[in-house]
Structures are given as structure tokens and as C-alpha cells.
Design a protein around this ligand. Structure first.
Ligand SMILES: NC(=O)C1=CN([C@@H]2O[C@H](COP(=O)(O)OP(=O)(O)OC[C@H]3O[C@@H](n4cnc5c(N)ncnc54)[C@H](O)[C@@H]3O)[C@@H](O)[C@H]2O)C=CC1
Ligand SMILES: O=C(CO)[C@H](O)[C@H](O)COP(=O)(O)O
Length: 291
């Protein structure tokens, strides 16, 4: 089928490749002319035959603006799919605004990262059954081969909700591997840290794709010597914790892994300075002065 695709970066660019390999006609627009198929959004829309379907794959901070601009070129009966990591609570208001113009909307959480071109993307879909059915050939091309990797999770917003929780879990899993890695690295008795990690890849209880990727990173840089631990976040972990607070769900692991990222950005911790100062105040304990 024919699909418009807005945003041709690490995700959208590869998705365009996978869809084309499956025989679909993709007309992609990106602000960056080096990767764009067309010069403008208007040209992309012009080249699509109504009723059109346009998949948006841009950073969440710019998604609302991108969809608003796109909608000015679309007509009744067209359909917008947001595949980026948007906050689920943005979806229903967005769908309502588009519905005023007769434009349909669905949200899709996409997992698979830069490996999706080759392995396929796990898709978590939110929206009306009629829209899901319309996009079925696109989902079929994007999803991994095999039994799993696709869900119609519920109404508009459910796809992004599912992806939010997925990413929260991702934070926690990564952090568990990371803490295990640090302990192995500090141990006096382990002489082959990358070897231990590698050994777990087959037959162990903790084997997983993330573990495979940690092994890959250690193959490239056995002591991760070329990296700083500074770690960004793009929203999903925060939203997961916010939602856990709203629903009073104990979320010890994911919250701790989110906060560890915040700590990774500090040269020194103001909180720990306060703890050191207080110990000194009440107990006369020694503190380390800054050089
Ligand atoms: N990289 C990853 O592992 C994953 C990313 N995502 C989500 O997918 C979305 C895209 O992520 P990436 O491809 O990694 O980002 P990216 O930064 O590699 O690519 C974004 C692309 O969008 C373009 N762009 C930005 N604003 C635009 C606009 N208004 N109109 C047209 N093009 C515009 C940029 O020029 C860039 O090429 C984000 O929402 C991200 O959170 C989802 C799953 C995995
Ligand atoms: O969705 C993803 C993987 O599943 C993206 O890589 C996302 O950017 C990861 O989240 P964060 O940037 O907060 O670490």
C-alpha cells in the first residue's frame, strides 16, 4: 500500500527501507533534505492518493507541531499514525482535534531500535479497529516474523501507554545488568568480566537481547573505557513513574533506575554533600574537602 512517512532518522529511515523491501510505496519527508524523498510536506501529501495514511516518526517534543502542520494539508478520511515515543496522555486530545477535520488518528508504540530494519519492530497499537484494519499491510511488513511482536492494545493512547511501560521495564532491566557488571568489575576474584557476561548468553536464566547487546558493547570496549556514564532520558521512564504514582503502584526498580540516570549527570551530588555536612555537624565526622 501507499504510505506517507514524516521523519526519516534512525527509526523512520529504516522503517522506510523495511516497508519498501516488502513492496510498499513510501513517500518520505524529513526536514533534512539529504534523506527526504520530497522537498516539502505539501509535496508529500500531493503525491499520496486519498484517502491517505501518513506515519509520523519524529521526536516527541516536536510531534504535536509536526502533526498540526501535516493536518493542514490533509482532508476528511485521511489517517495519521504517530509512531514516536509520545506521552500517551497527548493522544486523545490530539485525536479529538483531528476528528474535527474528519482526520483519523492512531498511536503506535514501536520497539526494536536501529535493529528493526533487519529484525522487525514490535508494535503496540492504540486506536479504532477500523483504522487498525486499514494499516494491517503496513503492520505486517514492519513487525518481526513469528508469533508475537504485535498487539492492538486498546483505544487511542493505549499503544503509547504500552510503549511507556515497555520502556520503563527497559530502564530497570538495563540497570540490573549494569549493577551486576559493576560488581563483577570490582570483584577481586573475577578475572574475565566480559567472559562471564558472554557465558550468560546461552542457557542462563538472565539471557536476553539486552544482555547480548551488553556483550557486544564489551567486545568493542572491554572495560567501557571510552565511555562516560552520563545518561540521558527522553521521557518514557519519567512518565512511567508518574503513572505509577497516580495509580499508587510500588515501582522501586524502575524509579531507582530513572534516578540513577539523573545522578549520572552530576559532577558531584548536592544531596550527598548535605549528608556529609550533616554527619560532620552532628558527629564531628571527617569530610573530604574539594581540591
Ligand atoms: N531510536 C530508538 O531506539 C527509538 C526511537 N523511537 C522514537 O521514534 C521517534 C524518532 O526517533 P529517531 O528516529 O531515533 O530520532 P532521530 O533524531 O534519529 O530522527 C528524527 C528525524 O525527524 C526529523 N524531523 C524532526 N522534526 C521534523 C519535522 N517537523 N518534520 C519532518 N522531519 C522532522 C529529523 O530531521 C530527523 O531526521 C522518536 O519519537 C523516538 O523517541 C521509538 C523507538 C526506538
Ligand atoms: O524507545 C526506545 C527503545 O525502546 C528508544 O531508544 C528510547 O529513546 C529509549 O528511551 P530513553 O531515551 O528514555 O532511554
Amino acid at each position: 500500500m501507499q504510505l506517507g512517512l514524516v521523519g526519516l532518522g534512525r527509526m523512520g529511515g529504516n522503517m522506510r527501507g523495511r516497508l519498501r523491501t516488502a513492496g510498499h510505496e513510501v513517500i518520505g519527508y524529513d526536514r533534512n533534505p539529504d534523506v527526504s524523498d520530497v522537498a516539502s510536506l505539501a509535496e508529500m501529501v500531493e503525491r499520496l492518493t486519498p484517502p491517505r495514511a501518513v506515519w509520523v516518526m519524529v521526536p516527541s517534543m516536536v510531534t504535536d507541531a509536526a502533526i498540526e502542520e501535516l493536518a493542514t494539508f490533509l482532508s476528511e478520511g485521511d489517517l495519521i499514525i504517530d509512531g514516536g515515543n509520545s506521552r500517551f496522555s497527548d493522544d486523545q486530545p490530539r485525536a479529538a482535534r483531528l476528528a474535527e477535520k474528519g482526520i483519523g488518528y492512531m498511536d503506535v508504540g514501536v520497539s526494536g531500535g536501529v535493529w528493526g530494519l533487519e529484525n522487525g519492530y514490535a508494535l503496540m497499537v492504540g486506536g479504532d479497529a477500523e483504522h487498525v484494519a486499514r494499516l494491517e499491510p503496513v503492520f505486517e511488513a514492519l513487525k518481526p516474523q513469528g508469533q508475537f511482536g504485535f498487539v492492538h492494545a486498546g483505544p487511542v493512547g493505549a499503544g503509547h501507554y504500552a510503549k511507556m511501560v515497555h520502556n520503563g521495564i527497559e530502564y530497570g532491566l538495563m540497570h540490573a545488568y549494569a549493577e551486576g557488571y559493576e560488581l563483577l568489575s570490582k570483584s577481586e576474584i573475577i578475572t574475565n568480566v566480559p567472559g562471564v557476561i558472554k557465558s550468560w548468553r546461552d542457557g542462563s536464566v538472565v539471557e536476553s537481547w539486552l544482555l547480548d547487546l551488553l556483550d557486544r558493547a564489551l567486545d568493542e570496549d572491554p572495560e567501557l573505557a571510552n565511555l562516560s556514564g552520563y545518561t540521558e532520558d527522553t521521557g518514557e521512564g519519567r512518565w512511567t513513574v508518574e503513572e505509577a504514582i497516580r495509580l499508587a503502584v510500588p515501582m522501586n526498580v524502575i524509579a531507582a533506575s530513572l534516578f540513577a540516570r539523573f545522578a549520572s549527570r552530576q559532577d558531584d551530588s548536592p544531596a550527598m554533600k548535605a549528608v556529609a555536612a550533616l554527619r560532620q555537624q552532628f558527629g564531628g565526622h571527617a569530610v573530604r574537602k574539594r581540591p
